[in-house]
Write a protein that binds this ligand. Structure first.
Ligand code: FE2
Length: 258
């Protein structure tokens, strides 16, 4: 399991080199047994990838915070772009960046690079199926995606469902809390949770989580509540939350399915 992290400011974590072409990362949470990792990645301006398509044996989830990056040399991901790529999908035919980018990359295991020097297609394609029922999402433009209003016992706020499993309840959400919001979003004990505050501030488990901070509550950690957005500096607080439990389906009335 990933260790419990109540709160950490991303800028307090050390950089380490990622690959050989100048990219670097800050590891936010990692499970040393499985290699599952959540990392904050900095891809430099003008970056060029290896130029060879590849696939992974684990899923790969990407959220671009700022900047641009391409995987095929033609289409560029931008601010707010989101990917959920199950294992076994050939991609990365011609990776590069113009402006460079900061992104969050979350993986379902150690991300070994299985090279495919002669890909069958010049677009991403499925090499083998897995039992992961979260659908393949390629460049969801979350900035232009409509917010879904939540109004239930957890309070009134807005949410975008970026990807979700219909069977396990594993999901990734963008959440927007209005200024001075008071509510009760439970980070339940029977689920594993990770979050990243993109802007504003929120009180999570009694701790003030500022912008650009991260937290992780592995399965079995006593419940914590998100109950306040302090507001003030920013019009809203946004967070990516994640529930990877096989036992719980998140209530998501009317939320888009992808
Ligand atoms: Fe990859």
């Amino acid at each position: 399991m990933k260790p419990l992290i109540e709160h950490v400011a991303i800028e307090d974590l050390p950089w380490e080199a990622l690959g050989t072409n100048g990219s670097r990362r800050r590891v936010l949470g990692v499970d040393p047994e499985t290699g599952r990792a959540t990392q904050y990645v900095d891809i430099p301006k003008g970056w060029q990838g290896g130029g060879t398509a590849h696939y992974h044996d684990a899923y790969e989830e990407v959220f671009v915070i700022k900047g641009d990056v391409t995987l095929n040399g033609r289409d560029y991901l931008g601010d707010g772009s989101y990917i959920y790529r199950p294992a076994g999908i050939v991609h990365g035919h011609d990776e590069g960046a113009r402006a460079g980018c900061f992104c969050i990359i979350r993986t379902g295991g150690a991300l070994e690079l299985n090279l495919v020097p002669d890909p069958e297609d010049d677009e991403e394609y499925v090499l083998f199926e897995t039992d992961d029922d979260r659908p393949f999402v390629l460049d969801l433009r979350t900035r232009i995606m409509p917010w879904h209003r939540v109004d239930d016992e957890s309070g009134r706020y807005r949410r975008k469902v970026l990807s979700a499993s219909a069977t396990t309840g594993a999901a990734t959400h963008l959440v927007s809390l209005p200024p001075a919001w008071q509510g009760r979003i439970a980070l339940t004990e029977n689920d594993a949770w990770e979050w990243l505050v993109l802007a504003g501030e929120a009180r999570i488990g009694g701790i003030t989580a500022a912008a650009q901070s991260y937290g992780c509550r592995p399965l079995g950690t006593p419940e914590a509540i998100i109950d306040d957005s302090i507001g003030g500096a920013s019009p809203r607080a946004s967070a990516i939350t994640r529930n990877s439990s096989p036992s719980r389906v998140l209530p998501k009335p009317g939320s888009p399915r992808m």
